[in-house]
Design a protein around this ligand. Structure first.
Ligand code: NAP
Ligand code: GDD
Length: 346
């Protein structure tokens, strides 16, 4: 059997870490692009890492940045991937209002740099673009593949640009390039400033007596929240089809932020009204009010269906925060083999 090689941008992020696990389980050789930082940013994948000098190593990390097209081309030439999963980007909607230019560069143009690098190197690889339900913005629910985009943030606008560049390379050059239009998906590995993780962390810390209140913005917005570990399976399936196409990935059910807060706090045995305060700094200049995805095409063609509901997710996330407060887990064999200095050395 031929062993496939995948390249993941954003491997250090929430989705990148779950996808790397899935691909390694499926027998792939996995290469990931890591941006250089003054501190280690690989904590989500440390448990997967093996010293590259060991013969059974199948995970390799390379420095790179989406704003550096020359480096991206060089890495494609070096890695020669069969599949490219493009997950990297400035992914925070509120931050995109503060940094619209950088968001456009990384989240929008970053996709063009990758597509153009694939085209000019002539690699016959398949390409996955991490598109987002944020592109639908103000479009009324339920949203599906044919729903018109009406983005409401610089992040959403950048993702619409990247979506169309992906389609354009598919149509213009016959490239196997797909858009996964994923609705919100969360996990204990979610970045700490996204609302689900922020609330789950607060519920656990309040229970432990470490804080008393949490400040939030708009509680009325509704989101279709799924479990990230299940969503990366859909990404992989999109690249295993005979023909490239675009798919919505969602649970089909939405809850308000208020309801999710209530579920987290109830799971921790707390009444959220005693601990949640409003702070306008968490409001956005324009908001996305209601996202509910119709993923029937993905179910029909990819055979993909989510199983974890938002209330279950709230429980998973609060439990994980409480476990983390009880102290670090005993290191696994993988973790003891981890050597940071080797990790990103080239
Ligand atoms: P995430 O946790 O924020 O991860 C983003 C990744 O991109 C990180 O690995 C980050 O590196 C990397 N990155 C950011 N800027 C970069 C740059 N200039 N050069 C190279 N790498 C860069 O996001 P996620 O939740 O895993 O989401 C993955 C992708 O799916 C993103 O494109 C996001 O916009 C999109 N998406 C997410 C959702 C969702 O609900 N999670 C829904 C739809 C679409 P560091 O670790 O160094 O920060
Ligand atoms: N982050 C945050 N912090 N959001 C808050 C807060 C707060 O204190 N209080 C209320 N919210 C509301 C936001 O206004 C928004 O309506 C909702 O909670 C969800 O916010 P986020 O968790 O930041 O996620 P998002 O929906 O804006 O964006 C996420 O999902 C997109 C898919 O629709 C990100 O993962 C994007 O990268 C992704 O594309």
């Amino acid at each position: 059997m031929t062993v496939k090689t995948a390249l993941i941008t954003g491997i250090t992020g929430q989705d990148g870490s779950y996808l790397a696990e899935l691909l390694l389980r499926n027998g792939y050789v996995v290469h990931g692009i890591v941006r250089r930082a003054s501190t280690f940013n690989t904590h989500r994948i440390d448990h997967l890492y093996r010293d590259p000098h060991e013969p059974d190593t199948r995970l390799f990390l390379h420095y790179g940045d989406l704003t550096d097209g020359t480096r991206i081309s060089a890495l494609l030439e070096k890695v020669q991937p069969d599949e490219v999963y493009h997950l990297a980007g400035q992914s925070h909607v509120r931050v995109s209002f503060d940094e619209p230019e950088f968001t456009g560069d990384a989240t929008g143009l970053g996709t063009t740099r990758l597509l153009e690098a694939i085209r000019t190197t002539g690699l016959p690889c398949r390409f996955y673009q991490a598109s987002s339900s944020e592109m639908f913005g103000a479009a009324p629910p339920p949203q599906h593949e044919e729903t018109r985009f009406h983005p409401r943030s610089p992040y959403g606008v950048a993702k619409v640009y990247a979506y169309w560049m992906t389609r354009n390379y598919r149509e213009a050059y016959g490239m196997y390039a797909v858009n996964g239009i994923l609705f919100n998906h969360e996990s204990p590995r979610r970045g700490p400033t996204f609302v689900t993780r922020k609330v789950a962390t607060a519920a656990a810390r309040i229970t432990a007596g470490l804080q008393d209140v949490v400040y939030l913005g708009n509680l009325d917005a509704r989101r279709d929240w799924g479990y990230a570990a299940e969503y990366v399976e859909a990404m992989w399936r999109m690249l295993q089809q005979d023909d490239p196409d675009d798919y919505v990935i969602a649970t089909g059910v939405s809850y308000s932020v208020r309801e999710f807060v209530e579920q987290c706090f109830a799971h921790a045995g707390l009444d959220w009204r005693d601990h949640v305060r409003f702070d306008e700094r968490y409001l956005r200049p324009t908001e996305v009010d209601n996202l509910v995805g119709d993923a029937s095409k993905a179910e029909r063609i990819l055979g993909w269906r989510p199983t974890v509901t938002a209330p279950q997710l709230a429980g998973i996330m609060v439990d994980a925060e409480m476990a983390a407060l009880r102290g670090p887990a005993v290191p696994t064999e993988e973790m003891t083999k981890f050597s940071p200095s080797v990790l990103v050395a080239q």
